[in-house]
Design a protein around this ligand. Structure first.
Ligand code: ADP
Ligand code: MG
Length: 724
């Protein structure tokens, strides 16, 4: 009986691991390196002719159309800068619907006739690229004979240098669209939705007497993740294939002591964090907060909030950087929402606000009743948006992996409600009784509103169980998963805000046109909005069973799984919303739905195949070896006339039978006849594959607790979670 070498060797290797020495001088402060690899506004101002710079800024800051002459000048300056920074290649970076980042690299140098090479980079090369689109998901948007897709420069997100010891690359953030102009990525709809939201937010601001600068939406993502030693990671084919453990018995010590959250960060992890922050700083990504999370081996990073589009790009870049630097430090960074069953999962809270250069943050309560009236109008827009499109918000975070987390008493439930805090909720409660309040203030300038209490900038109370919570100057959407791009949720938030602000602007414009006094109109509209949409406001415990029942009474959707949520994307109201605001055409909406289904099925299929392989080729052989050892022992005892106890052998044998039955059933489910359409396939994955996997896992986890430790092939939960 040979012991299993892989796992035991991994433990020895982890013990012997020596972390790399820093490859930079810690004296070089963040101030010196911040943005050093970014083709930033400052760099552009230095390197571009004045008129070109001004024209480009108009595109970036006021969404004006890009002048082709400008593109040539920018390309030339960008190329010179990149060559000075040691770049040999440039890449259009885009965000296809795989959820990952894609790059197509091209060399700067073209051979010229005389045997030398010349660096070339024209405006049209900067502005447009043409990667083959056929291997990216398109949800039926494109026939394969028309495989062409285009990348287009997004001037609003800065270009940057990606370092590599073998040569640097100039990276240019781009949108990715089909030949016929349909969005094939996450960035295009976000830019469209942001623009739609801005138009209507500016209408509202004009009604309040401002001459507003362009409104943008801001996004501050909090990223949770796990770190696992690479030695263990490579010995876990399930982590390698699907990003989560498909096997593993609960460790004797879980997170019940609450001793990890905000605890001292292990030295090795701290070194990793310092190293990543340095890399992020070079890229101009403002990493700020870092701390331990609830589960052992779990951590969080939160960069400062930025304009949604830049924040979304930076978030993708952050994940790539974390993966790379973790490997440098002998660890693997896990972004899956639920890498370990029975242990807290990871989310990506999306902090959202909107604002502009002249009025600042529009979700910040002001000092005067007039400011507060405006603040309440924007808050009411959020309430309307969340109430009308809660299902759509839920769909924007739907994935096979996030299903393991939502509603599991560690993340908000699938019911999308909004938390205002006692103070703000009280204000809206008063507003619901509108006429009473307004009569009091009639005749004064800020009718109704000036009778309201002063609003605190920090509401003090926090509600960690709400999926959409007001936190003093922003809303925090807590349902997004750690693996997801924030672009999807931010697109949805901007789209539903566009509708709400459009509605509000139209109502107020009409009232004023009909001769109503503005403050009266505001007061009445707020009353109307809270009366109509107040049922989405919930300040209680979102994890409780009572809330499930109450939410049902209030008519709030409770879309528990991805397959419950995805149809929202093609519901009549959603299709109309996206069409009306130019975010998705009907066919684009349908393609997103199809891609969501396909992605769901593929993720689960990979897990099912991994479960089958590991169950059959790792767990079963270990169990059989142990069974043989026990049988040999029984025979040996009998041979010398000792009374042999058969209990253990029988127990293990029964578990082996269960495992084999489970494996057989899973194999049958995997090979079962394939459904006609994407929905059928996804339903099969949910109703046949997931339960069959659970049976195999239960048997295997039982065996983990019974089989001799030196025979067990897979690194255990306690090893992966506690040895760093
Ligand atoms: P907490 O854990 O208390 O929620 P963190 O500091 O971890 O807070 O993260 C808060 C996130 O919210 C950060 O990314 C921060 O930049 C962001 N944020 C702060 N103010 C705003 C705002 N006005 N709009 C959007 N995001 C914001
Ligand atoms: Mg946080």
């Amino acid at each position: 009986m040979s012991a299993n070498p892989v796992r035991l060797q991994a433990i020895t290797d982890v013990e012997a691991y020596v972390p790399p020495a820093p490859d930079f001088s810690p004296e070089e402060g963040p101030g010196e390196i911040f943005g050093s690899n970014v083709f930033s506004k400052t760099v552009m101002q230095k390197r571009l002719p004045k008129s070109i710079f001004k024209s480009l800024m108009a595109t970036i800051e006021k969404s004006e159309k890009l002048d082709p002459l400008v593109a040539d000048a920018v390309a030339s300056a960008m190329k010179d800068w990149a060559l000075e920074k040691g770049a040999t290649h440039y890449a259009h970076v885009f965000y296809p619907l795989t959820g990952f980042t894609a790059e197509k690299h091209d060399g700067f140098f073209d051979p010229v006739g005389d045997g030398t090479a010349l660096a070339e980079f024209a405006g049209k090369t900067l502005v447009q690229g043409e990667p083959d689109a056929s291997s990216f998901p398109n949800g039926g948007l494109r026939n394969t004979f028309e495989a062409r897709g285009y990348t287009g420069w997004d001037a609003t997100s800065p270009a940057y240098i990606l370092e590599n010891p073998y040569g640097n690359t100039l990276c240019i953030p781009t949108v990715f669209i089909s030949m016929t102009g349909e969005a094939l990525d996450h960035k295009t709809p976000l830019l469209r939705a942001q623009q739609a939201m801005a138009i209507h937010a500016e209408r509202v601001l004009r009604l309040f007497g401002h001459d507003p600068a362009a409104v943008v939406s801001y996004c501050g993502p909090e990223q949770e993740y796990f770190l696992v030693d690479r030695h263990f990671f490579v010995a876990r084919p399930d982590l390698l294939n699907s990003g989560r453990t498909l096997f593993g018995a609960k460790p004797p010590k879980g997170q019940e002591f609450d001793d990890h959250y905000f605890g001292a960060i292990p030295a090795r992890v701290l070194a990793f964090m310092a190293d990543t922050e340095r890399e992020l700083f070079k890229l101009g990504i403002p990493a700020k907060t870092r701390h331990n999370e609830v589960a052992p081996g779990q951590f969080e990073v939160a960069p400062m909030f930025e304009a949604a589009n830049v924040g979304a790009d930076h978030q993708q870049l952050l994940m790539t950087t974390f993966k790379t630097i973790a490997r440098k430090h002998g660890m693997e960074c896990l972004f899956h929402e639920k890498p370990f069953e029975g242990v807290n999962g990871s989310g990506k809270h999306v902090n959202f606000s909107l604002g502009n250069a002249t009025e600042g943050n529009l979700l910040l309560p002001g000092d005067t009743p007039h400011d507060n009236a405006q603040f309440l109008v924007f808050c009411a827009a959020v309430i309307r948006a969340v109430h009308q499109y809660g299902g759509l918000l839920r769909a924007s975070v739907a994935s096979a992996s996030n299903d393991h987390r939502l509603g599991a008493n560690e993340a908000p439930p699938a019911i999308i409600s909004i938390f205002l805090g006692d103070q703000l909720a009280g204000v809206f409660e008063q507003l619901a009784k509108g006429p009473a309040t307004s009569s009091k203030g009639r005749g004064t300038l800020q009718i109704g509103v000036d009778t309201l209490p002063e609003l605190p900038t920090d509401p003090g109370d926090r509600n960690r169980t709400s999926p959409f919570a007001f936190t003093g100057n922003r809303f925090e959407f807590r349902a997004p998963g750690s693996l997801q791009s924030v672009a999807g949720p931010m697109t949805t938030i901007n789209a539903i805000m566009a509708e709400a602000l459009d509605h509000i602007a139209t109502k107020l414009e009409t009232a004023v046109e009909l001769g109503a006094e503005f403050n009266t109109a505001v007061q009445e509209l707020l009353t109307e909005l809270i009366t109509e949409h107040g049922s989405a406001v919930f300040n209680g415990n979102g994890y409780s069973d009572e809330w499930q029942a109450e939410a049902a009474e209030r008519g709030l959707p409770n879309l528990r799984t991805t397959l419950d949520a995805l149809p929202e994307l093609i519901s009549e109201p959603a299709v109309q919303l996206f069409e009306r605001y130019g975010i998705f055409s009907e066919s684009e909406s349908h393609s997103r739905y199809e891609i969501g289904l396909e992605h769901y099925t593929q993720s689960i299929m990979v897990e099912a195949l991994s479960t089958l392989e590991i169950g059959q080729t790792s767990v079963l052989p270990a169990a059989v070896r142990y069974q043989t050892e026990l049988a040999t022992n029984v025979a040996a005892l009998k041979a010398v006339g000792v009374d042999a106890d058969m209990d253990l052998l029988e127990e293990v044998s029964a578990m082996i039978t269960d495992l084999r039955t489970g494996i057989g059933a899973l194999r049958t489910a995997i090979h079962a006849g394939h459904a006609e359409d994407a929905l059928g396939e996804a339903t099969h994955a949910q109703t046949a594959l997931l339960p069959a996997m659970a049976v195999v896992r239960a048997a295997a986890d039982g065996l983990e607790a019974a089989v001799a430790d030196d025979l067990w092939p897979l690194p255990t939960y306690q090893e992966m979670l506690y040895i760093l």
